[in-house]
Write a protein that binds this ligand. Sequence first.
Ligand code: ADP
Ligand code: ADP
Length: 232
Amino acid sequence: MIKIENITKIYSNQAGDFLALENVSLNVDKGDIYGVIGLSGAGKSTLVRCINLLERPTEGKVYIDGEEITAMGEDQLRKTRQSLGMIFQDFNLLMQRSVTDNIRFPLEIAKVNKKDAENRVAELLELVGLQDKANSYPAQLSGGQKQRVAIARALANHPKVLLCDEATSALDPVTTLSILKLLKDINEKLGVTIIIITHEMKVVETICNKVAVIESAKIVKDGWTKDIIHHF
Ligand code: ADP
Ligand code: ADP
């Protein structure tokens, strides 16, 4: 589903060059819930941003469903990005828009007609259990509810993959478990492949079938979660 081949990422700015990823390779199969764990600054966020090309790898290739995304032109890239949903630690919701309008936003961008968009939003509200918050604004929601809105928005255009960048790091343990349970349902019922970036082993143990450990820009271990956590 996702193949990352020998990626290196160097950030260059006035301060000089910084090596954020060094020769990283990873294979994520369809149906995986793949964890990427490491300390703050290890390069996790850079890695996940190289999958949807929010960052361009300095070297190396990324394939989505057999197609090399790193070789795509802008038009094809825009289309492929619709098959990659993403959620973040700080939710990134549009604060001036209602829950419904937040979820509808990617459908508008994809030029889905009004009736279909309305039906899709209703379906997504039910999926994440927020029917009663349809007309609320993000400021009126708890952290867990905001992340549910973000998940609904990320799934709007039926992506094959959901990228989660520290999606539960701002949440308390109980809310974290409820969000992880929702992600597991989405993986099982909708067949969405999920990549989870986290610094918490508990998150990996709870939900990930496979995990890669990233340390100082390199993957130092990867494989089945049950084999890897043995080593901690
Ligand atoms: P993690 O997600 O594991 O915390 P990141 O991928 O965010 O790690 O960052 C890896 C390293 O790259 C950090 O040392 C960070 O300071 C650096 N870094 C991240 N983004 C940039 C950037 N745009 N410019 C320069 N350095 C960056
Ligand atoms: P959940 O576990 O569902 O994410 P919480 O237990 O954190 O929610 O919050 C319970 C209720 O309190 C929610 O229904 C939410 O509407 C309300 N709430 C929580 N945080 C806030 C907030 N910052 N502003 C307004 N309402 C809030």
